[in-house]
Design a protein around this ligand. Sequence first.
Ligand code: SAH
Ligand code: F3S
Length: 455
Amino acid sequence: MSEQKLKVSIKTFGCQMNMYDSEVAGGLLSAKGFEIIPEEWERSGDGRKLLPAADVVLMNTCSVREHAEDRVYGRLGMLGKAKETNPELIVGLMGCMVEEHKEKLFRRFPQLDLMVGTRNIADLPALVEEVRRTRRQVSKIKQDGVSIEYTDQIQRQGHHHAWLPIMTGCNKVCTFCIVPITRGSEVSMPAREVYREAGRLAGEGVKWITLLGQNVNSYTGSGRDADAKQTGFPELLEMLCEIPGVERISFTTSHPHDATPELYRVIARNPKLSRRFHLPLQSGSDRMLKRMKRLHTYAEYLEKIRAMRAMIPDVSVTTDIIAGFSGETPEDHEATMRALEEIRYDGAYIYKYSVRPGTPAAKLEDDVPLETKETRNQELLQLQKKITEESNRQWLGRELEVFAEAPGAKDAAQLTGRSHQEKKVVFEGPRELLGSFVKVRVVGLAHDTLIAERL
Ligand code: SAH
Ligand code: F3S
């Protein structure tokens, strides 16, 4: 490497899988002598341009919605201007946009120096060096294999919490979704490797692990021992619960098709397993669910939620909803509103539909006008906000065990943490409590945050 450490910033868009990959990229680059800095922009000498503080600007991108891609294009524009002033600047992309567009992006954006696929993160340091040496556009985008890298060089953001990807890709065919194109077919890490990595994390003082996968509950890895049979998701969870030091395990994202009573039973009998279940519904209308190829009707989905709630009484359920999918009528939208009322989720991520090129739904007409998508989106958001606030009232006066995660954002005497349902809780307490489980009583509510006092 060079005399002086090159500064690298990594901006992450999209899902937790990307957050994990950025932590890996940061760790591997640091190990090779680069300095990782937060993304910062400075005014140029004449005050007319914004220039990045880093020598190498990386963006870990997301393709799930058009908006996420547009933000990256906007930044590429700014970085192109910055390069007119500082031609040495290195601009690189990681993540799903690389998988989606591949080298085509080099032609469209001459300011782009490097692209690294989701299965090639380990090549990143060498690629940056190659750009420096040759000033050519370089890329590495592997087509197969697993896009998960376990490494003790990872630079984790959390001291006591860690992401742990266990599978990637998706074998479902939801018509709106680009993930099967960008992340490919499902590939699971062998159970023994997941177990070993979780044990390593526990050894570093990690107490809470979030298992990640595009379709986490369809995990099927080869067993813990070389000759063992396949390990399914419920078995993997039970195995990980045995690891001393790991006190909480959560997971995201699940598909309803693979949400089974067996899984609920395992959660119910293991207090280490998080009491939050994220189960995307997308729409409350059977006509839409069919058009989306979600593999179930609304009634079947509702039955799953009822069984889950019966078996895990303190579970908190959250969801994803798409507003304004192709062909959505006012009646379909009303069905989704009714579903929110009926299920009374603890929270929901609600998105306006955007066409993703290459997906099956790209062949359908995107016939819901943008203003209608916006109105429906707002109606759903407002309804869910009301339900979230109402359902949080049940926590008032109750005692909770909270994992203390971070100092309070506004008040230095406060800490923020997550309850077993992964609700955000704010309470007063010293910093020594960070990384531990603290008993509190809920005394108030502020939007979707619980305000509590230490017991
Ligand atoms: N199982 C995946 C889900 C993929 S995307 C995972 O979490 O890794 C996350 C959410 O984005 C989906 O549940 C869906 O609600 C939303 N989404 C996906 N494609 C979309 C599109 N074309 N337009 C709008 N929202 C979309
Ligand atoms: Fe996407 Fe459906 Fe798979 S939302 S990630 S295709 S389960």
